[in-house]
Design a protein around this ligand. Structure first.
Ligand code: NAD
Length: 403
């Protein structure tokens, strides 16, 4: 059945179903996230409303949004059906939206041809990828969405890094024994805190903006010189060091061993003068670069704080332990896990919008699922399909080769 798109409104890029046309049998399921500490949900009532207006049936698992403060009744009011069990949720669903990759038990419940969309963390999840391949599930990995202009609204890495960068500055302030802003009070004048941000990508820029808003003096450094202009536009000072390592596609390249030592030495002085250091340096697909050695931590001011956002990929500080807070010579070193989940209302809202945009590529003008994933964004993010791993580096890794 065809829907004359031009004749009616479009809801968030998805055609609205005219009243005289029967319900289209596309079913989208949104499970409750089961990973420990995961408070986000893959859709929110606003997005549900857009999808249901387009004639899509949206099923949300009971309590899926509760940890993010989207209660079941809000989803119901937006047109979703609440599924009491996983079986009820998944029965006949063509698309499953998730935040974290499904685990083995969840994949077992997916029927052949089901499309799963979310973060897949493929490199650390090879067994589940193999299981999805064998069950002929189709998986799109949002972390593989190319960072081209057309895909900006689908860029979940950026939306969640924004949430992470914000929370890193808040955690820095919470753990710092000093005020961030300058204060002139009857009890004397307080000097502003010095905050240093290492790595000025999406998370780093948000951390800069947040620390500035809290009144700190902010300095930042990135191996990409191009980041300097963005740092300065936020009112922070950019540390002009000698290394420039702009790599492919706007990302940083890995430094040579000599450059690494030089960088650690250059960064050391700025680190030792800071009250809070927020590190966000990452190189896609590689271990995070070590920017702060144990020796440098020993030179820091007592009470200084490091918030290491690269903890999951190995850490930018030698002292960091992923998911833990360590105290070393009077310095507090945080290696937080899943910071976007600590601000779940808004990180879910942003993530849900990213998925809504992504869905516009999968649902055609007639409200049907596309069968050819030839669109550049779909092709790049297609991880598993029709019994094959479609992403070359992951396929190579699974067959014992190098990613
Ligand atoms: P990321 O998370 O991969 O890395 C964070 C930052 O760490 C980067 O800025 C990187 O240059 C820096 N870094 C890496 N090694 C370093 C080192 N040894 N010392 C200091 N800093 C180091 O980056 P990201 O936040 O995902 O962004 C990466 C790039 O992609 C940026 O240029 C960003 O502007 C760009 N981007 C583009 C789009 C788009 O839609 N076009 C969207 C998001 C990001």
């Amino acid at each position: 059945m065809s829907i004359p798109v031009s004749a009616h409104e479009v809801a968030g890029g998805i055609p609205v179903r005219p009243k005289d046309i029967p319900h289209i049998s596309l079913v989208i399921a949104v499970p409750k996230e089961l990973a420990p500490g995961e408070c986000r949900v893959a859709t929110v009532p606003d997005v549900v409303q857009k999808l249901t207006k387009a004639g899509i049936e949206v099923r949300v698992e009971h309590d899926a949004g509760t940890s993010a403060y989207y209660e079941d009744h809000l989803f119901t009011a937006a047109g979703a059906k609440i599924a009491a069990s996983r079986t009820e949720l998944l029965k006949g669903a063509q698309i499953v939206l998730c935040v974290q990759p499904p685990d083995a038990d969840e994949v077992d419940q997916l029927g052949e041809g089901t499309i799963v969309i979310g973060f897949m963390n493929a490199i650390h999840n090879l067994e589940v990828i193999a299981q999805m391949r064998d069950r002929k599930v189709t998986a799109f990995a949002l972390e593989l969405v190319p960072r081209i202009t057309r895909a900006q609204s689908m860029d979940a890495l950026s939306s969640q890094a924004t949430a992470g960068g914000y929370m890193a500055a808040i955690l820095g302030a919470e753990n710092c024994p000093k005020f961030f802003p300058m204060l002139t009070t009857a009890a004397g004048t307080i000097r502003p805190a010095m905050v240093l941000i290492l790595g000025a990508g999406v998370a780093g820029l948000m951390a800069i903006a947040t620390a500035k808003r809290l009144g700190a003096i902010v300095e930042a450094y990135d191996v990409r010189r191009a980041a300097g202009e963005q740092v300065r536009s936020l009112g922070a000072r950019f540390l002009e060091l000698e290394i420039n390592a702009e790599g492919q596609g706007g990302y940083a390249r890995e430094l040579t061993p000599e450059e690494k030592v030089k960088e650690q030495q250059m960064v050391s002085t700025a680190v030792s003068q800071a009250d809070v250091v927020i590190t966000t340096a990452n190189i896609p697909g590689r271990k995070a670069p070590v920017l702060i050695t144990r020796e440098t931590v020993a030179k820091m001011r007592p009470g200084a704080v490091i918030v290491d956002l690269a903890a999951e990929s190995g850490g930018n500080c030698e002292v960091t332990q992923f998911g833990r807070t360590v105290r070393e010579k009077g310095v507090t070193v945080l290696g937080p896990q899943n910071l976007p989940a600590r601000i779940p209302f808004h990180s879910s809202q942003m993530y849900a919008k990213n998925l809504q945009s992504f869905l516009t590529l999968l649902i055609d003008k007639e409200g049907k699922l596309v069968t050819e994933f030839t669109d550049e964004i779909l092709a790049a993010s297609l991880l598993v399909h029709a019994g094959e791993v479609r992403h070359g580096p992951i396929r190579d890794l699974m067959s014992g080769g190098k990613a």
